[in-house]
Design a protein around this ligand. Structure first.
Ligand code: ATP
Length: 364
């Protein structure tokens, strides 16, 4: 039987609806679980419960063969015996400690020579050389993030728990460190659970993703499947991007990238540090349907597609198209009536280049 992580819990804060998580997934060397959802949905509470920093009133938390929580039989393993690395959203570095002091914090059980060796190793790994004596306030946001990660990883935890690891950073640093973090997690061969509400982070970093809303786990699956095939309208609303397809950048011209998706060309705005292998992501509301060839919009992409399905959702309708790849559009009820949208109809989908978001993808 494959090694698994099980997180089943109920946690209630006074005056709030209970947080109920049911997540179970296979774990290998560096499997990353993403907890994805809007603010206040319960992601941090689930992460803190796995760390042992929050005590659910009911539940089971198992990591491979270890049981950390089983309320039915009274098992409650304290945080220090779980051997997890935890990084909170604000990094929580000790302000009066130096960089090495912060990193050495969880290594007090080691003899001093070994402790020094391990600190040196992680300083090297996280490219912190030269900053040994610096205090947290003297570091940039990116450096603080590295020190916090180094501190979490130094004691060789079994599992790494990261709460919004990139949210405190400015956009360019965030983009750069997102790619670095992915490489690093694979290099460490350390399973991790990462909280985020950023879909690009979920796609780049995650192997498995749990979508959480109002304390309920709505769907668990591979990120690309969850984004492109949300189980229901609630999940679609939370993830907000319904077309996620694998593509390859084939040309860069005049500030645009031409991306081939199963042979169909898509134009996207040029983006920094994008490799040739990408996910092309399109929000359903950014797809405009047009009839005939005369285009009124200034969109750079005009794709011919065949309607596969039309689902009415109140005043709006979700339309799935086959454009050589599956594309989802969200249109008004009046568009459905005006264009007589129905399965089999051939129609044009217009998408602005700026609405085609590219996210780097590691080719397996
Ligand atoms: N210690 C606490 N006491 C009371 N209520 C709490 C406590 N911790 C969390 N909550 C409540 O539980 C709910 C879930 O909070 P949680 O921090 O887990 O959400 P989140 O999805 O991580 O949000 P964010 O992305 O904003 O951090 C919220 O309604 C929050 O106000």
């Amino acid at each position: 039987m494959a090694a698994e992580i099980t997180i089943h819990l109920v946690k209630t804060f006074p005056g709030r609806p209970p947080i109920r998580a049911r997540i179970r997934y296979p774990v290998e060397g560096a499997t990353v679980l993403i907890l994805f959802g809007p603010s206040g949905s319960g992601k941090t509470t689930i992460l803190r419960s796995v760390a042992g920093l929050e005590w659910p009133e009911e539940g089971t938390i198992r990591f491979v063969s270890r049981v950390w929580l089983e309320t039915a039989s009274g098992i409650r393993v304290p945080p220090q015996e779980r051997h997890v690395g935890y990084m909170s959203q604000d990094y929580a570095l000790f302000p009066t400690y130096t960089v090495t002091g912060n990193i050495a914090y969880g290594l007090s059980h080691l003899p001093s020579a070994e402790r020094k060796k391990r600190v040196d190793e992680v300083m090297e790994l996280f490219q912190l050389r030269g900053l040994e004596q610096a205090k947290p306030r003297e570091l940039s946001g990116g450096q603080q993030q590295r020190v916090a990660l180094a501190r979490a990883v130094a004691p060789r935890p079994l599992l790494l728990l990261l709460d919004e690891p990139l949210s405190a950073l400015d956009a360019p640093t965030r983009l750069h460190l997102r790619d670095e973090l992915r490489v690093l997690l694979k290099q460490l061969a350390l399973p991790s659970i990462i909280v985020t509400h950023d879909w690009a982070e979920a796609l780049t970093l995650g192997d498995v993703m749990a979508v959480i809303r109002a304390g309920e786990v709505l769907q668990v699956g591979a990120p690309i499947d969850v984004f492109s095939r949300p189980q229901n309208a609630d999940v679609a609303r939370v993830v907000g991007v319904e077309t996620v397809v694998k593509g390859r950048v084939v040309e860069a011209t005049g500030g645009m990238l031409r991306v081939s998706v199963d042979g169909t060309a898509l134009l996207a705005l040029e983006a920094e540090s994008i490799g040739p292998d990408v996910f092309a992501c399109i929000r359903a509301e950014d797809v405009v349907l047009e009839q005939g060839r005369a285009s009124v919009s200034s969109a750079r992409n005009h794709l011919t597609g065949t309607v596969q399905s039309v689902t009415m959702l109140g005043a709006l309708a979700r339309v799935t198209l086959d454009c050589g790849f599956p594309l989802v559009a969200m249109v008004t009820r009046s568009t459905v009536e005006e264009f007589k949208l129905a399965p089999g109809l051939v129609i044009t989908a217009a998408i602005k280049a700026g609405a085609v978001h590219l996210v780097s993808r590691q080719e397996a």
